[in-house]
Design a protein around this ligand. Structure first.
Ligand code: DGY
Length: 321
């Protein structure tokens, strides 16, 4: 019997490939370099399914070239790289990896909060450059995280995990979300619901955890930044595109924002060149979920989704438009 054929678009873990190889004939990109769109279309054109990452764009043009394709399984919880309407129109199942990366992403959000507020990377660069001549009272004065007001925009699983961690810092936690959470969840997160304007006006540290979609494109731009407190800090470990990078650079240069911690960017991996000139930003390359255990779980969950999609038609994390 001919086996179903699947493509793995990027280097993954050995156990991910073992899982797929038990069910399918697997063609795997052994390298961490993404296929070009043309290479991806060529390789996918004969496949029944694919394990993909957030850098592969799955749209109507690509799907038109893949007549056998029945499933695309993202190794990510975010799925703005997949056109779900185009998938539905072609009968292609699409899946993501919710639930397995919340804690690691929340941990990393805290790494950005602390590094940004306390100027960790800026101070380390100074030290490595041999500029440290001794202790000084006013050296690298940062802002306190403890007892500050944390604003969370987007209170899904990751936002809630970030909120729970804020208790250890005795913070006042406010959130805004498209849907208000139940009283029980609010209580477990020790977070109070406020409208967007109040969130912007009161947060000392604003961290964004909304998925990217046309509805959240530039949800934080010049108009919103103008409503923020002087000296406030912005954290984004969600998706580039929810923040208007050019507008952010302006307010980091001229206020009211004091600093930003950013793991994601509008046109990543390309950065707006001005980010590199600013000293009041902490910049990381989209690694918020990147602990070894979590990235292994994400890849395995995506593989399990692909197996279920092609063998039962019912993947556990099926996405609908
Ligand atoms: C996700 O899962 O969407 C993350 O951004 C991947 O790192």
């Amino acid at each position: 019997m001919t086996r179903l054929q699947v493509l793995v678009t990027r280097e993954v873990f050995p156990e991910t490939l073992d899982c797929l190889a038990r069910h399918f004939e697997v063609e795997a990109n052994p390298s961490d370099t993404p296929f070009t769109p043309a290479q991806l279309a060529e390789r996918l054109s004969s496949k029944d399914g694919a394990l993909i990452t957030l850098t592969e764009r799955i749209d109507a043009v690509l799907l038109a070239r893949c007549p056998k394709l029945r499933a695309v399984c993202n190794i990510a919880v975010g799925f703005n790289n997949i056109d779900l309407n185009a998938c539905q129109a072609r009968g292609v199942m699409a899946t993501n990896t919710p639930g397995v990366l919340d804690d690691s992403t929340a941990d990393f959000t805290w790494a950005l909060i602390l590094a940004t507020a306390r100027r960790v990377t800026e101070a380390e660069q100074y030290l490595r450059a041999g500029q440290w001549t001794g202790w000084k009272l006013k050296q690298f004065l940062g802002v306190d995280v403890h007892h500050a007001t944390l604003g969370i925009l987007g209170m899904g699983r990751v936002g809630q995990a970030v909120a729970r961690r804020a208790r250890g810092f005795d913070m006042n936690v406010l959130y805004h979300n498209s849907r208000r959470l139940s009283a029980e969840v609010e209580k477990s997160c020790h977070a109070a619901y406020v409208d967007m304007d109040e969130l912007l006006a009161r947060a000392d540290i604003l961290t964004v955890h909304t998925p990217y979609s046309p509805a959240t494109h530039h949800i934080l731009g010049a108009a919103q930044f103008a409503k923020m407190k002087p000296g406030a800090i912005l954290i984004n470990a969600a998706r580039g595109g929810v923040v208007d990078d050019a507008a952010l650079i302006e307010v980091l240069k001229r206020g009211p924002l004091a600093a930003a911690g950013l793991d994601v960017f509008e046109n990543e991996p390309a950065l707006h060149p001005d980010f590199l000139k600013l000293t009041n930003v902490v910049l990381t390359p989209h690694i918020a979920s990147s602990s070894e255990a979590t990235r292994r779980r994400m890849a395995m969950l995506a593989a399990e989704n692909l197996v279920a999609a092609l063998t039962t038609g019912k993947p556990p994390n099926l996405l609908t438009p």
